[in-house]
Structure formats: structure tokens, C-alpha cells
Design a protein around this ligand. Structure first.
Ligand SMILES: Nc1ncnc2c1ncn2[C@@H]1O[C@H](COP(=O)(O)OP(=O)(O)OP(=O)(O)O)[C@@H](O)[C@H]1O
Ligand SMILES: [Mg+2]
Length: 251
């Protein structure tokens, strides 16, 4: 009998990216095929220069591929017009980067609310989402502060709230703890875990093996290619019946 699988959130087919470094072509991605299923938490690892950030940018439609395909929620991203892609980025993709990229002259609350307003959500709904997110991420007390008055960990939590504001199909994070001390990094990871457990699909780039243990699956990039793609099975989960049955998996 044929097994019916859910539509992947992300799919790439033979994805390549060649940068032109002052006339010298640099192949950052060389034929990457991958699928990310709804609710999965995938970490992308690999040495510096292996193409992790390049892949994250292409998955999020922030840059164009040289060849190959990128699909998000069953729609092909790489052949869309830049304006159509911008709409999709605003509504279906949440980004968290190493440096928090918050708007300095807006309060924490406004930073978190802005993406919803830009996506055309009503001001009332945008405010409700903002309040809920600040609460979930433990930031309610800091709502009226300017980002510069927050600790690194708090700023990254604001960036996470902002990325989640439009209930994105996928949360893309590129070294989200790369700029934090270990205590703040732990805090951000705990929140990512919480968000994942509520059903959010996450793709996170990291070079720290320690962080990968939170994820369901690890993709290892080497020299622009997928060198390994394997589930992460912490001890104790091995016998628990994997995904808990396909019925749960479908949502
Ligand atoms: N904008 C760019 N222009 C030219 N070359 C680039 C550009 N961005 C990345 N590259 C090159 O592409 C390759 C992959 O880079 P990428 O940033 O994806 O690596 P990475 O795995 O994220 O590395 P790191 O762990 O250091 O962040 C590298 O050789 C890099 O020098
Ligand atoms: Mg990188």
C-alpha cells in the first residue's frame, strides 16, 4: 500500500549556488536535495565555508540560486518574481540571525508588532499576537524598552518573537546563539525547544554539536554537499515509537 506523506514544508532539488568572487567562481552549494517535514526541527551543521548560511538564505528566498529548485509549502520560490517572494518572506518565513537586527529606535513591543502590520494583519490582531509572544518568551516587562537597553539574550528573544509574529511555516535560524554567552544561549535554546514542541517547523544552522541535541535531525554539509542526513535519537527516545504514529504526524 502506498504511504501518504504530508507535503514537505521545504523541498530543494539539485540546488546549486556559485558566487562570483572577483571573476573567480566559488561553488558554495553543489547539488543539495533535501526535504523538511511539518513540525520537524532540523539542524544544519558543517565546517566554516561549507555553505550553511548560503543554504539558509536560499531556503528563505533571501538570495537566488544558480540552478535547482526551492519549494516552500508546495510553491516554487526560486522562479517567483522578487515582489511575490517578498510577500512570501513576510508571511511564511521567520528569520533569526546571529546579530539581532532589531530596529534601534523602536521599542521591543513595536519591533515584535511590525511584521504583522507589514503583512496586513489588523492592528488589534497584531497587538494580541505581540502580547502573547512577549508573554511566551518572558519579555512582557521589557515591552517598552529600547533594544539597546536589553541583554544579548533578551535581544535575541525579541528577534525570535518578531520572527514568529506571522506564524511562519518555517523558522530559519542562522547561528542564533553565536553571539551569546552560554547562559543566554541556553535560554534562547530552551525557547526554541518550546516553540518546536508547540509544532513549529525549525531549520537551524549551528556549528556547535552540543546545540544539535535539541533537534530531530541533523544535516551535515561538507564543501557544498550533503555529506550526512540522519535522525538524532537521544537515549531514551529510541524505544518510544519514533514519530508516535503517522496520524499524529499529519497534524
Ligand atoms: N556573498 C558572497 N560572495 C562571494 N562568496 C561568498 C559569499 N557568501 C559566501 N561565499 C562563499 O561561499 C562559501 C560558503 O559560504 P557560507 O557563508 O554559506 O558558509 P558557512 O557554512 O555559513 O560558513 P560559516 O560557518 O563560517 O558561517 C564560502 O566559500 C564563502 O567564502
Ligand atoms: Mg554561516
Amino acid at each position: 500500500m502506498e504511504v501518504v506523506r504530508p507535503e514537505p514544508v521545504i523541498r530543494t532539488v539539485d540546488l546549486t549556488k556559485i558566487y562570483n568572487n572577483g571573476g573567480v567562481p566559488v561553488a558554495a552549494l553543489r547539488g543539495v536535495d533535501l526535504e523538511v517535514q511539518p513540525g520537524e526541527f532540523v539542524v544544519i551543521m558543517g565546517p566554516s565555508g561549507s555553505g550553511k548560511s548560503t543554504l539558509a538564505h536560499l531556503l528563505g528566498g533571501l538570495d537566488s540560486a544558480t540552478s535547482g529548485e526551492v519549494w516552500l509549502d508546495g510553491r516554487r520560490l526560486d522562479t517567483m518574481s522578487e515582489s511575490a517572494r517578498a510577500v512570501l518572506r513576510r508571511t511564511k518565513i521567520g528569520f533569526v540571525f546571529q546579530f539581532f537586527n532589531l530596529i534601534a529606535n523602536m521599542t521591543v513591543a513595536d519591533n515584535v508588532e511590525l511584521p504583522s502590520l507589514l503583512a496586513g494583519v489588523s492592528p488589534r490582531e497584531a497587538r494580541e499576537r505581540r502580547e502573547e509572544l512577549l508573554e511566551t518568551l518572558g519579555l512582557t516587562e521589557r515591552a517598552d524598552a529600547a533594544p539597546s537597553r536589553l541583554s544579548g539574550g533578551e535581544q535575541q528573544r525579541v528577534a525570535l518573537a518578531r520572527a514568529l509574529a506571522n506564524r511562519p511555516s518555517v523558522l530559519l535560524a542562522d547561528e542564533p546563539t553565536g553571539n551569546l554567552d552560554s547562559r543566554n544561549a541556553q535560554q534562547v535554546l530552551r525557547l526554541l525547544d518550546k516553540v518546536h514542541k508547540s509544532g513549529q517547523t525549525i531549520v537551524m544552522v549551528t556549528h556547535e554539536a552540543r546545540l544539535a541535541s535539541l533537534a530531530d535531525r541533523m544535516i551535515y554539509l561538507f564543501d557544498g554537499q550533503v555529506a550526512d542526513d540522519a535522525p538524532i535519537e537521544p537515549p531514551g527516545r529510541r524505544t518510544a515509537g519514533g514519530l508516535g504514529g503517522l496520524a499524529d504526524f499529519g497534524g
